[in-house]
Design a protein around this ligand. Sequence first.
Ligand SMILES: *[C@@H]1O[C@H](CO)[C@@H](O)[C@H](O)[C@H]1NC(C)=O
Ligand SMILES: *[C@@H]1O[C@H](CO)[C@@H](O)[C@H](O)[C@H]1NC(C)=O
Ligand SMILES: *[C@@H]1O[C@H](CO)[C@@H](O)[C@H](O)[C@H]1NC(C)=O
Length: 213
Amino acid sequence: MDEKAEIAPVNLYPRSTDGLESATMSYDDEIRRKKRRKRLVYIAAFAVFQTVVILVFALVVMRVRAPEVEIDSAAVEELSGGASSHYNMTIVARLKIKNKNFGDYKYERTAMNISHGGVTVGEGVILNGKAEARDTETVQVTARVSSVVASSNETSSGILVLESKAALRGKVHLMKMWGIHFPMMKKRKGAQMNCVMEINLASRVVQDMDCDD
Ligand SMILES: *[C@@H]1O[C@H](CO)[C@@H](O)[C@H](O)[C@H]1NC(C)=O
Ligand SMILES: *[C@@H]1O[C@H](CO)[C@@H](O)[C@H](O)[C@H]1NC(C)=O
Ligand SMILES: *[C@@H]1O[C@H](CO)[C@@H](O)[C@H](O)[C@H]1NC(C)=O
């Protein structure tokens, strides 16, 4: 009996080895299953990450904003007149074209008009050009202004009020972002300039400039 009792565990071995093999198999399966689950989690996380990237890209980078244009400063040259309140002068304006987009803004040649009390008194030319992505371009525009008839209170105050308007037409080219070429990414955008300037007739300077945003 003692011998049998000793043999019994020996006999159990082959069966337990079988069990061990299947246990090892299911353990491998478990690892594989865990790996697969982990991979799915990674894929899901990556999909979410990619969606966020695309959303940010669509909402921030691809959003096309209208550029802004205004007269930053202006100088008065060759001011002449005074007789019967008629004045001629040249206005040299420094314009700023601000482009907040992630692509270049290419604009066409256009006029910068100068008027006095609703009457056009001069015109300058904004040459075609480009404001780089997220940058501000400075351009100089010279306008010959003639036959301004000062009102009586302008004559008495010595301050001439002129308005300047321009309507830029152009396209935002999102195609040239980070050196990557997106041929379809062009969008028309206009920019309006509307400024009022006060010219001091005695000191011959632009003493105040106020532009709409
Ligand atoms: C202003 O210029 C016009 C021509 O553009 C000329 O006929 C006129 O005499 C000038 N007036 C003054 C005050 O210089
Ligand atoms: C000239 O006078 C009118 C009213 O008399 C006033 O509305 C206008 O603002 C004045 N212009 C200037 C430049 O002071
Ligand atoms: C400037 O003047 C020209 C001709 O007088 C006109 O066609 C154009 O619309 C004017 N531009 C603006 C912005 O008022």
